[in-house]
Design a protein around this ligand. Sequence first.
Ligand SMILES: Nc1ncnc2c1ncn2[C@@H]1O[C@H](COP(=O)(O)OP(=O)(O)OP(=O)(O)O)[C@@H](O)[C@H]1O
Length: 258
Amino acid sequence: MSGAPLIKVRGLRSQFGSHVVHDNLDLEIRQGETLGIVGGSGSGKSVLINTILGLKSPDGGEILFRGAPMSKMSGRDRLELEKRWGVLFQAGALFSSLTVQENVMAPMREHVRMPVSLMKELADLKIGLVGLSGEAGGKFPAELSGGMKKRAGLARALSLDPDILFLDEPTAGLDPIGASAFDDLIKELSETLNLTVVMITHDLDSLHAICDRVAVIADKTIIANAPLDVLTRNPHPWIQEYFGGPRGRAVLRQAAED
Ligand SMILES: Nc1ncnc2c1ncn2[C@@H]1O[C@H](COP(=O)(O)OP(=O)(O)OP(=O)(O)O)[C@@H](O)[C@H]1O
């Protein structure tokens, strides 16, 4: 279920030296939706997410949160806001020297004051929520499979009960069964926790399985942002090539049968 605009990117320009990545890019993320972001390699998907997250400053344009420019927020308001955002980066980025439980507790230690026993309890709750056993909580990242690492990363992203979840290629590196199970998990969590999900992905199955809308980056801007069935009728050459290839056609055939 999606609703009012939550985040608006308006006229974004991003560049590194003379290399312009985004030029006059507009994007709207709606409350409660799962938005997929696709685009060729190097088209600026990660830079876009990093800019929304405040890890990179816009070189032009602005990011609005519930209508308010984020650049004008006080440091304190910004920090409060960021506590409500969960992020799962591409590599999972777990601390290798900490157990899964300690990894999930890390954002709590940084942002909230509560007894460690309560943090442990909450961390175990999140670990269960992503489908990991209690035993996994005591393991170190190196002892986990790729799929388990992703789940542990997701549990950490959920640590502070976020409203918005940013996922950078969450199913990359998983086998098709693992990827499909992870898609199901994200869908289930977004529905039960009423999350807004913004997800970079190259995975056509994920786009079909969980995204309400899909935004396409090409030519330094968002060229389309629509539900998958509408998007695939867009004549832009990149969209036609992406969705019209053999893998794209297979997913769309499946979508038509569902
Ligand atoms: N810190 C940086 N310094 C210089 N250039 C950068 C930096 N970060 C990103 N870029 C450049 O910005 C462009 C967009 O990068 P970005 O990582 O957003 O692409 P992407 O669409 O996420 O690609 P992929 O699908 O391959 O992960 C690339 O040309 C990249 O080289």
